[in-house]
Design a binder for this molecule. Structure first.
Ligand SMILES: Cc1ncc(COP(=O)(O)O)c(C=O)c1O
Length: 425
């Protein structure tokens, strides 16, 4: 007889992450010979920039364990990058490198003792991580009418009810899933409330460089004492599978950094050595990498706008995307039509859509929204990013990427959304 099932209560019933699960479901349907449009997993469509790949080649033989907090040259390169790009005053000692920002977030929740505040809709993993380590999650629902953004008033109301309570608030902008970002004024207002109640901010700015307008404002300079900056190579550098994340801490939170590093030293020891050497090149930047980011941004902006227009024309409520490569339409205006087909929840909507059309998107419920709200997330990344980058690079400077470009280079997401719109009827 095999041993009894004796699972930690915190992980009992925990399902694989929604984004990973949809990807596996799509692969299964693909193996059955179905045509599938993978708009589920939010992975960058673009290849890693060549100078960074070249740096990885050069360092493939690096084999030693590195310091737990990260390769000193990389910690310096990240600090220099933060100063240069975002005007953030920091030093190499404030930087913690990890195997993906997701793992760093997990460590943060493990070592910090307090509540996690998550404005919804939110990226799928914040709350399950809190649950795994037994932290209390407080969801703060936002509204489409407020562009799915947390207001300072709402945060103030929550904190005022129990002012001394230790809390971490996650802010993610540009947002996965809503593609919304904050204005500087909104960030200032939030920073002021956070400062007043000494809330720690986890500022997840992993899509910062993919802000469609090019200008990203970080909250770090507005609340430098209490904000942890989070990013990595996964999104802007197309290197999700390389697993490299960075946190940058205020000096006053060094105790958190040190505690996370202590746990890291007892678990993964250090982040993959060749990847860290290559990441130095990525954070050093330069004209070739800047151009790569600029072209990536132009492509996701043009495609996002076009798809949002198509969805709006089909009757969905949707905000124009401001950053990243996601869309978060709300199909509630079509509620009656969908109910007539037996579709009353976002799960039912996505399951039926996948069965009927092969288009895979994720239900709003996975992002912390009520099950009966007919929202969903599309990750419009199912196109050949290398080809799109090469074609965009051929266009004259300043040229907008029009429908011809999108039809030639982004046919799959266009077709997926066309199928979705037709299915809506
Ligand atoms: C908003 C957000 N934060 C964090 C992550 C985690 O990224 P990584 O662990 O690859 O750094 C993701 C990845 O999908 C994300 O969308």
């Amino acid at each position: 007889m095999s041993p009894d099932v004796q699972l930690n209560l915190n992980v009992r019933g925990l399902e694989p992450s929604a984004t990973v699960a949809i990807n596996e479901r799509c692969d299964k349907l693909l193996r059955q010979g179905r045509k599938i449009f993978k708009l589920g997993l939010g992975q960058s469509p673009f290849p890693v920039p060549e100078p960074v790949v070249e740096a990885l080649r050069r360092h493939a033989a690096e084999k030693d364990y590195l310091p737990t907090k990260g390769l000193p040259a990389l910690r310096r390169a990240v600090a220099d990058h933060q100063r240069r790009v975002y005007g953030i005053d920091c030093a190499a000692d404030d930087v913690l490198i990890g195997p993906g920002s997701k793992e760093l977030m997990f460590l943060l929740q493990l070592v910090y003792y307090g509540d996690l505040i998550v404005p919804t809709p939110a990226w799928v993993s914040y709350a399950p991580q809190a649950r795994i380590v037994g932290r209390h999650v407080h969801f703060l629902p936002t509204r489409a009418a407020e562009s799915w953004r947390l207001t300072a008033r709402k945060l103030d109301k929550l904190c005022r009810a129990d002012p001394g309570r230790p809390r971490i608030l996650v802010l993610n902008y540009p947002s996965n899933p809503t593609a919304a970002t904050y204005t500087r004024d909104e960030l200032e207002a939030l920073a002021e409330v956070a400062r007043q109640y000494r809330v720690i901010l986890l500022s997840d700015e992993i899509y910062a460089k993919l802000t469609h307008g090019g200008e990203h404002a970080s909250i770090v300079p507005l609340y430098p004492q209490g904000t942890i900056f989070s990013s990595g190579l996964s999104k802007w550098c197309g290197a999700g599978g390389w697993r490299l994340g960075v946190f940058v801490f205020p000096r006053g939170l060094r105790w958190l950094l040190d505690a996370m590093a202590a746990v890291a030293s007892e678990t993964y020891t250090s982040t993959c050595a060749p990847i860290q050497y290559a990441a130095v090149r990525a954070f050093e930047g330069g004209p070739e990498i800047d151009r790569y980011v600029e072209l990536s941004r132009m492509i996701v902006r043009a495609l996002g706008r076009r798809l949002a227009r198509d969805l709006a024309a089909a009757g969905a409520a949707i905000l124009p995307p401001q950053g990243g490569f996601y869309l978060f339409p709300d199909f509630s205006p079509l509620k009656e039509r969908l109910a007539a087909r037996g579709i009353r929840t976002s799960d039912a909507l996505c399951a039926r859509l996948l069965d009927d059309t092969g288009v895979a998107i994720l239900p709003g419920r996975d992002f912390g929204r009520p099950s009966r709200e007919l929202t969903a997330r599309l990750a419009y990344v199912n196109f050949d990013g290398a080809r799109a980058l090469a074609a965009a690079a051929e266009l004259p400077p300043g040229a907008e990427l029009g429908d011809d470009f999108l039809t030639a280079c982004c046919g799959e997401p266009l077709e997926a959304v066309a199928r979705l719109c037709e299915w809506l009827g």
